[in-house]
Design a protein around this ligand. Structure first.
Ligand code: DSN
Length: 429
């Protein structure tokens, strides 16, 4: 290891080459990962990396902004069009600061925020006691009512909302494979004057393509997102909102219709410094790509592949949480399936070149570092052009590796099969 480190340190670009090979010769099944286009990658390496642009277009704290202003305005317009909303803030460094910015735009320290139980699919930033925001706000949680179907307990959500009067109700998840009833959630939020916020980090591409519901069509006030998962752009964040767009540097009254401005102020100067303009350029390119008919077809195929893969896995004895999926995510209870932990399953899949991630399942009794579940998804393999028949093969590899986990020779044979198969589906350049 030390020797490898010394060699790699001398030629750091050799590590990039190794990672290129790792990505090319393995199948990426982590649902939050994808392959950005060459244009997006190129944008990240442009001279916009060099520029400081604190503030917003036309209202910066540094000179030399004639090009950055254009890029940021183009990016904002493309995001607003794609997600059918009044305003986009394209500056968040990623999904976590995007969520924090919305909380801080609307809630005061000590206020309550209602979000999904983390083991039922919520994200760390939705109130995990380990996060900084949980020290500022009081998080309470709703959950899934029926684990067999994944139906959310909307009655519980309403009871909690009426009792605790949260300032924000958060919908949207990291490991929840089902579609949501946004209308019900926004009605509950409206009853108590709360902000209805959807964290669409995982499903943004599917929403943009119109193959999953857009929360804004059902009365949501805010959506937060990342730009690199199903949306297939650069690593970054995004906050979309409905309301009146005014001077982002002006102080406005705390009213729901002023959310766009409140959010702008919360992002900068609230929690961030200078925006990463190279990433904003890359986001603009990704939004353009996501508005194409090809992207719609791609998004449709993600879901077809995901449903098919879930069916094939269930046929082979994998216990899928909620017995299926409506989106790109499949969550598997590996303990119930094959009495193997998520951590061990991840290692076995890794050994044959299938990259997955261990994940807690609803009401998991195991610890997050070695939970009961494995989370997989189809965005990346679909980008490589894979279809339903390929999902059947992946399900077979998953089954064969788990049921022969003690047989190194067999695992090596499977690894070779995966490498050869990958050659038929190069990562698009
Ligand atoms: N890490 C992301 C995911 O994998 O879902 C969320 O932050």
């Amino acid at each position: 290891m030390v020797k490898d480190f010394k060699r790699a340190e001398k030629n750091i670009w050799s590590i990039v080459k190794d990672e290129e090979i790792r990505q090319a010769e393995g199948l990426e099944l982590i649902p939050s990962e994808n392959y950005a286009s060459q244009e997006v990658l190129k944008a990240l390496g442009t001279v916009f990396t060099n520029k400081y642009s604190e503030g917003y277009p036309g209202k910066r704290y540094y000179g030399g902004q004639e090009n950055t202003d254009l890029i940021e305005n183009i990016c904002i317009q493309k995001a607003e069009k794609l997600f059918k909303c009044d305003h986009a803030n394209v500056q968040p460094y990623s999904g976590s600061p995007a969520n924090l910015a919305v909380y801080s735009a609307w809630a005061n320290p000590g206020d309550t925020i209602l979000s999904m139980n983390l083991s039922h699919g919520g994200h760390l930033t939705h109130g995990s006691p380990l996060t900084f925001s949980s020290k500022i706000y009081k998080f309470i949680h709703y959950g899934i009512k029926n684990l067999e179907t994944g139906e959310i307990d909307y009655d519980e959500m309403e009871e909690l909302a009426l009792k605790y009067k949260p300032k924000i109700i958060v919908a949207g998840y990291s490991s929840y494979p089902r579609e949501l009833d946004y209308e019900k959630i926004s009605k509950i939020a409206n009853k108590i004057g709360a902000v209805a916020m959807a964290d669409i980090a995982h499903i943004a591409g599917l929403v943009a393509a119109g193959v999953l519901k857009n929360p804004f069509a059902y009365g949501f006030h805010v959506c937060t997102s990342t730009t690199h998962k199903t949306l297939r752009g650069p690593r970054g964040g995004l906050i979309l909102s409905k309301g009146v767009v005014s001077n982002p540097l002006s102080i406005v009254e705390k009213k729901i219709e002023n959310l766009p401005t409140l959010i702008d102020r919360a992002v900068f100067p609230g929690i961030q410094g200078g925006p990463h303009m190279n990433v904003i350029l890359a986001k603009a390119i990704a939004f353009e790509e996501a508005s194409s008919s090809d992207f719609k077809e791609y998004s449709n195929q993600i879901i077809k592949n995901s449903k098919y893969l879930a069916d094939k896995l269930m046929e082979k004895g994998f216990k899928i949480i909620t017995n299926g999926t409506d989106n790109h995510i499949i969550l598997i209870d590996m303990i119930k399936s094959f009495n193997i932990s998520g951590g061990n399953a991840e290692k076995i899949f890794d050994s044959i070149g299938l990259t997955t991630n261990k994940n807690v399942i609803p009401n998991d009794t195991r610890k997050p570092f070695d939970p009961s579940g494995i989370r997989i998804g189809t965005p990346a393999v679909t980008t490589r052009g894979m279809k339903e028949k390929d999902m059947e093969i992946i399900s077979q590899w998953m089954f064969d590796s788990i049921t022969h986990s003690d047989n190194e020779v067999y695992l090596k044979k499977l690894r070779l099969e995966v490498v050869n198969y990958c050659k038929k589906f190069p990562i698009p350049k």
